[in-house]
Design a binder for this molecule. Structure first.
Ligand code: EPU
Length: 423
């Protein structure tokens, strides 16, 4: 197992590039199952979660060839399997996205409950996926810890999501593309990654309207062609770098190759916190600020403040003057890392499992920590970078899942961070 060793409080400045979004990349692999043709995927980051998605697609009978550092081509070799193996499914939650495409293409699918980060209820639910497939005409059986879905031909349906979920929206949208007739998805998620997926599918022959709004209407088609999928820049990575720059407050940091329009809720907050920033079309600069003030947040589905940015924001709030309430509404266990920040000297009071009050500013001190999950992990890196002394973060596999070679990229900003193999 590898760990990071960070010597904090080094001044940070310079340029950093944002890479392709994990949560956009992960969806092209299941979408490939719909396609009769070759898909060329560009701007693909080298991430653990994407490698697992590639492994699952290869297991199902697809061939993936590398065409450059960040480009691959996907094509069908022999897609005949309808079982999704536990050994891959239990490694990442997004594996659930493969279920709908296998079902609509092959008429049946067998799969175990998917695994993933320990951020939600002890078992992250998939009820909305199952209800959606049933509404489209699939029969569901559950036995031996596996789900079996069967349908000769899926039919379009009117589906209302009781909760807003990105992957449930994307799954039902993909599945409906090859179902018979019209599907209407209501109370859909509106994330930019959904729009990117719909744009790609439409270019390849799908008929999807309304992606990026709560109501998505899909007219089923017979066939989806191959095409090009350029992965959009990772808005979570861009937002995390923005907060690192603001919390470090030591020099100008230019965050390049991103879409500032995907981070509107962050800019609105930055105005209130007093962060000095300049936005450009495909980049932004965070400059030194005079006085940082605390500000409350409530996480919300897009375009609200993203739950994936909540842990870095909490670290930022340890450096601002006043009290801020952090209200996590999407996941049950996404504030557990707050205790680690407290060990580093932060003044955080847990009101209940969903709400933390951060009193700042506080000087953080280096500590030995274990990364609990992806987004908390990057927040600990951020805390280590602004803390006095040495921080050790173990289990950085959890960070590599979503941030490619983050240590090498942060070093270019002046960070003192080293990756070492732990015994
Ligand atoms: N939910 C249900 N039933 C379902 C599905 C979801 O009740 O059948 C609930 C969940 O319990 C949760 C909410 O709906 O309260 C949304 O959770 P879900 O697990 O469905 O989120 P997601 O759509 O799978 C995506 C991202 C997450 C990101 C959320 C933000 C991907 C692969 N994952 O998850 O990314 O936090 O949207 O809303 O796109 C991450 O990158 O670290 C990450 C966790």
């Amino acid at each position: 197992m590898a760990k990071f060793i960070i010597n904090g409080r080094k001044p940070l400045s310079g340029e950093i590039e944002v890479l392709g979004a994990k949560n956009a990349a992960l969806k092209i692999f299941p979408a490939a199952l719909l396609t009769n043709g070759v898909i060329r995927v560009s701007n693909l980051s080298q991430l653990e979660d994407c490698l697992k998605a590639e492994e699952l697609l290869e297991f199902l009978g697809y061939e993936i060839s590398k065409k450059g550092e960040r480009t691959i081509e996907i094509k069908e070799k022999r897609f005949s399997r309808v079982d999704l193996p536990e050994s891959i499914m239990n490694k990442f939650r997004a594996s659930i996205m493969f279920v709908g495409p296998v079902l609509v293409k092959r008429g049946e699918v067998k799969f175990p409950h998917p695994g993933g980060c320990v951020i939600g209820a002890s078992v992250r639910p998939i009820d909305m996926f199952l209800e959606g497939f049933k509404k489209m005409g699939a029969a569901l059986k559950i036995s031996d810890n596996h789900y079996y879905l069967k349908a000769k031909k899926l039919k379009g349906a009117d589906i209302f999501f009781p909760k807003v979920s990105v992957t449930a929206t994307e799954s039902l949208m993909m599945t409906a593309v090859l179902a018979e007739g019209e599907t209407i998805l209501k109370n859909s998620a509106m994330e930019p990654e959904i729009v990117a997926l719909a744009d790609y599918l439409n270019k390849s022959g799908a008929k999807i309207k309304g992606a990026g709004t709560p109501t998505i209407i899909i007219k089923g088609v017979k066939k989806i062609n191959g095409g090009e999928y350029e992965i959009i820049p990772d808005r979570i990575e861009a937002g995390t770098f923005a907060m690192l720059a603001a919390a470090s407050n030591s020099g100008d940091i230019h965050i390049k190759n991103c879409r500032p329009e995907h981070l509107e809720s962050l800019w609105a907050l930055f105005d209130r916190v007093g962060i000095n920033y300049v936005l450009y079309k495909n980049s932004f600069v965070i400059k030194r600020s005079k006085k940082l003030l605390s500000c409350d947040i409530t996480t919300h589905e897009y375009p609200g403040f993203a739950t994936d940015l909540q842990p870095p924001y909490t670290v930022l709030m340890t450096q601002t003057k006043g009290s801020s309430l952090i209200h996590e509404t999407i996941y049950d266990r996404r504030l557990l890392y707050a205790d680690m920040l407290t060990q580093m000297g932060a003044n955080i009071v847990m009101a209940d499992p969903h709400r933390a009050v951060v009193n700042g500013p506080t000087r953080l001190k280096g500590k030995k920590l274990i990364s609990p999950d992806l987004r908390a992990g990057i927040a600990l890196v951020m805390a280590g970078l602004i803390a006095e002394g040495k921080t050790e973060i173990d289990n950085i596999y959890q960070i590599d899942r979503g941030y490619e070679k983050i240590d090498e990229r942060l070093k270019k900003l002046g960070a003192d961070i080293k990756r070492v193999e732990s015994s």
